[in-house]
Every structure is written in structure tokens, then in C-alpha cells.
Write a new protein. Structure first.
Length: 248
């Protein structure tokens, strides 16, 4: 029988042991009823797989002895790393974007406060929001069997998000772009090493944001005549790029 898999952070492992409390402890011990001697596989955010066995179960924590570690070999990967740069939408749409993007292979997510975003993240909320968002991608990665966990970062404005982009290919989905579509933009070009796609909130990008992204090398493109919801656009562009670059 194959061992159960759990997503962890590499910081959890020290001197051949991994220890956990909180939600992971509850899931292992109280939900799955795992006990000393049970085998398991731990996968960290770098894609390394750690084969281990539960060594000790205490009242509020569990210790795992690491028996073997396998590090990923990325040299054979041909699919570019995709970053979704998403203006934060309202409600549970951000959860859907993070979950489905993780399943589709997004490398990381940059969330930012758009000028037309309905939701605003206060400074005192950022730490808790980031913790929750990263927990969503970790759980989605565990569910779909990914070896790596997409990181979620926060940028207060589109200006800061655009300033931080150094990706080889930079795209901006804009409903007012009528000349350049994805097919024309990528025609004849080899797959880049990395790509970032900027997506606006429900109300779309403010023209000032479009100009700022454009000054930083983002190419405005259209996905066709239909105006997609912001969460649909994120999922659609990811699936299309993965298909084009043979990861799907």
C-alpha cells in the first residue's frame, strides 16, 4: 500500500526529523488516526519528496523520522513557469483562482489591489490573508498530487506588481484590446522560460494601470470577442498556455 502524502514547508525538517502541530497534526492523528510506525511521504515547497515514518505522537504534535529524500530534477522540464498576476476580486473568487490555478500548474500567484477592485486589503489584514491564501494553494497541491506548492504574494497596487516583474514574457488581458490576440502574440516564438499574465478585477483595468503595465513590457492581448469573468479569464489563460507549451 502506498504511503499517504502531506504538503509541508522545508523549515519543518531538522536533523533528519520533521515535526508538526496545528492543522497538520490534527489531520494526521485525529482524522486519519495515524500512529507510530506508519509510513508517509512529505512533499515540501521545493518539490522534494521525503519518505518517512511516524516516530512519536504527543498530545499536540507529531514527529516523523525521515528515511530518504528525493530532490526534483527540473532540467527536463519544457513548460515555462507561469505567474498569474491577479487584481483581487470579491468574495470567494480568489479562492477559486488559487485552487484551479494550482491544479493547472501555475508556478506562483501575485495578488494586487486594483484601482477598480471592490475588495481592499488593509495593512493589518495582510499577514492573515497571505497565510490563508498560501494554505489554499498548499491544500490544492496536496489534493491534485503536485510536488510543488505555488507561492502567493501580495502587492498593494498594480504599480508595485508591474515594477516587480522580470519575466521573459509579460501579457496583460484587456477587454479593450481589439488588434492583438494571444495567437498573434505567440506565433512563431519559442516557449519562454517564464511568463506573467496580468488580469484585472471585475471592473477591468483602469487605463492608468494599463499604461503602467505597458511601460514595464506587458503586451495587452485579447482572448476573443467574449468578455470573461475575472476568475474565468485566469483559468482559461492558464489552460491555454499549458496546452500550447505541452504541459497539458
Amino acid at each position: 500500500m502506498s504511503s499517504r502524502r502531506f504538503m509541508i514547508t522545508s523549515r519543518s525538517i531538522r536533523e533528519g526529523y520533521a515535526s508538526f502541530d496545528g492543522d497538520l497534526f490534527n489531520h494526521m492523528v485525529r482524522v486519519l488516526r495515524m500512529s507510530p510506525g506508519d509510513p508517509l511521504t512529505l512533499v515540501d515547497e521545493k518539490g522534494s519528496e521525503h519518505q518517512g515514518v511516524i516516530d512519536q505522537v504527543a498530545k499536540e504534535w507529531v514527529a516523523v523520522k525521515i528515511l530518504m529524500t528525493a530532490h526534483p530534477n527540473d532540467t527536463g522540464s519544457v513548460a515555462p513557469r507561469i505567474t498569474i498576476c491577479q487584481a483581487i476580486p470579491k468574495g470567494e473568487k480568489v479562492d477559486l483562482i488559487l485552487q484551479k490555478g494550482t491544479e493547472l500548474g501555475v508556478h506562483d500567484f501575485w495578488l494586487f489591489g486594483g484601482r477598480r477592485s471592490v475588495v481592499h486589503v488593509r495593512e493589518d489584514q495582510r499577514a492573515n490573508k497571505l497565510e490563508r491564501w498560501n494554505r489554499i494553494t498548499a491544500e490544492a497541491a496536496r489534493q491534485c498530487g503536485r510536488r510543488t506548492i505555488p507561492a502567493v504574494s501580495w502587492f498593494p497596487t498594480a504599480v508595485e506588481a508591474a515594477d516587480g516583474a522580470s519575466h521573459e514574457l509579460r501579457l496583460l488581458l484587456w477587454e479593450d484590446e481589439h488588434e492583438r490576440n494571444l495567437r498573434k502574440t505567440l506565433a512563431g516564438s519559442p516557449p519562454p522560460l517564464s511568463v506573467i499574465v496580468a488580469i484585472g478585477p471585475e471592473g477591468g483595468f483602469d487605463p492608468l494601470e494599463v499604461r503602467h503595465f505597458s511601460r514595464h513590457g506587458f503586451q495587452p492581448i485579447s482572448l476573443g470577442n467574449r468578455i470573461l469573468r475575472t476568475e474565468t479569464a485566469a483559468i482559461a489563460i492558464t489552460a491555454i498556455l499549458q496546452y500550447l507549451w505541452e504541459d497539458i
